[in-house]
Design a protein around this ligand. Sequence first.
Ligand code: HEC
Ligand code: HEC
Length: 155
Amino acid sequence: MVSSDRLAPGEQGQIQVTVRTDRKKGVIARTVQVRTNDPLNPLVILNLRAKVLDPFHGKNLDAGEMFRSPCRKCHVDRGRGRLGADLFRADCIMCHMRGKSAPPLASLRKLSRKRLQVVIEKGVPESVMPGFSWRVGGPLTDSQIRSLITYIKGR
Ligand code: HEC
Ligand code: HEC
């Protein structure tokens, strides 16, 4: 949006630019082209840079906190009442995807059922993998955890 489409030589105006950041992370860059009838500068390119901050994921992340508000709307609520693959997609995949810091599904599959159960219930200490069992304050019931183990093992 421009404050005026006519500027006399030496006069100033304003350009308002809106950038949507809701699916962006980190540094983003945009350019705005300003075309004028100024014979010396018919085209001016404005380079905009901005750093999109993540309001939820700071440096000192406490894994258990993600089960509480406002974190739970992304980390817990979508998995409510779900089982197996649906539950994995809702609660686990955001971290357990290829290329992320947590091992992908193919690696989880190689673990024993016992190991899967212990880790899903109690989490991995000193890591961002929280214990999901209701017994340790997590959101999942025993049958939801069993359904995840069945899904991960493929049977
Ligand atoms: C808007 C949705 C959303 C909200 C709200 C949210 N998270 Fe997350 N969180 C994610 C996604 C998606 C990931 C996967 C990593 C990524 O893509 O950044 C993630 C990853 C994480 C991780 C793992 C980071 C790592 O280093 O692998 C932790 C811990 C975490 N969130 C904790 C929290 C806490 C604590 C809160 C509340 C203060 C919270 N999250 C709020 C979506 C959300
Ligand atoms: C906030 C991110 C995050 C979420 C959500 C998450 N995990 Fe994890 N998970 C991790 C990380 C990181 C590790 C690796 C921990 C380590 O060994 O340092 C891990 C480790 C594991 C392990 C053990 C891997 C091993 O080699 O011993 C299993 C099993 C596991 N997660 C299953 C799950 C399941 C099932 C869910 C969903 C209910 C889930 N995780 C949700 C981050 C997450």
